[in-house]
Design a binder for this molecule. Sequence first.
Ligand code: HEC
Ligand code: HEC
Length: 261
Amino acid sequence: MRGIITILFFMLIFSGVASAQTGEDIFYTKCAGCHKIGGGDLSGPDLQGVTDRRDIQWIKTIITNPDKLVQENDPTMMELIARYGFQMPNLGVSDEEADKIIEYLKGFSAGAPRETPVEKQPAEQPSAPALEGDPISGKMYFTGEKRFSAGGPPCISCHSARGAGIQGGTLAPDLSDLYGKLGEKGLRGVLQTLQFPVMKDVYKNKKLSEEEIADMIAFFKETGSKAQKKQVKSGGMYPISGVMLFLVAMGIIWLYSRRVK
Ligand code: HEC
Ligand code: HEC
């Protein structure tokens, strides 16, 4: 019990630290898996000069609540989704964080004193020559039969993939059709970042390796092609309060760390 309290305590401190992050820090943890600033597109558009070509409020909305733009049938959003093949996921970015990111992005607008961001680009880029993944191994990572080298919990603790016959947690959306939804590049960006609200603390400093990512992609690709077209559409955020999710996630980490001991 004391262990849990200690963990909770540290998580609180860490969330305090997180809010002291700069826009640049947030960008490189949450966004750089899919976006570069200058130098071309990854799975998402190059964000150099985005504050010139889009309205600031619009940018804030796509960062904090991309689903809203889709619901409103926003023409720019629809065009971008058509062009890039999938919708930017909701990453649970707060208003305050979004403001910081936008300030950072403004530094790369046409009028701003130009500083070249190139050296700061992430080392492993989604466009790097892809490793050949093994779907069986990917499935084992999903179910926890194989452990992630950095110690992150298996996806099954919170997610199912019924398309692959995997009944896991129901706390989070079913992932059977992830490949169909995001495509290869988007999926790679997602697996590199794992920055969804509940997941980001669980996978903090526990990034998947390139090989693990390749295996997971192979698994999702296979599952996606098997999954029926009438796949469960995952609906973004679930109506459970943040505190509840937080506690459940802590419980899972606790159980998991006990099990592997
Ligand atoms: C999993 C990949 C992924 C991640 C992570 C991601 N994005 Fe995106 N982003 C996209 C895609 C794909 C599009 C284009 C389709 C759309 O608009 O939904 C996009 C579009 C955008 C746009 C509009 C670009 C334009 O040309 O108008 C902005 C701004 C943006 N993202 C900012 C961010 C920020 C800031 C973050 C981090 C908090 C982030 N994105 C994280 C994939 C991603
Ligand atoms: C501690 C529980 C937990 C674990 C472990 C977990 N997830 Fe999640 N995940 C969630 C929750 C909850 C959501 C819903 C969005 C949110 O609130 O974070 C989510 C959302 C997602 C989404 C967005 C789905 C959508 O349709 O919007 C993807 C993709 C995803 N998770 C992939 C994974 C993968 C891949 C793994 C394993 C490497 C994993 N998750 C492990 C809890 C978890």
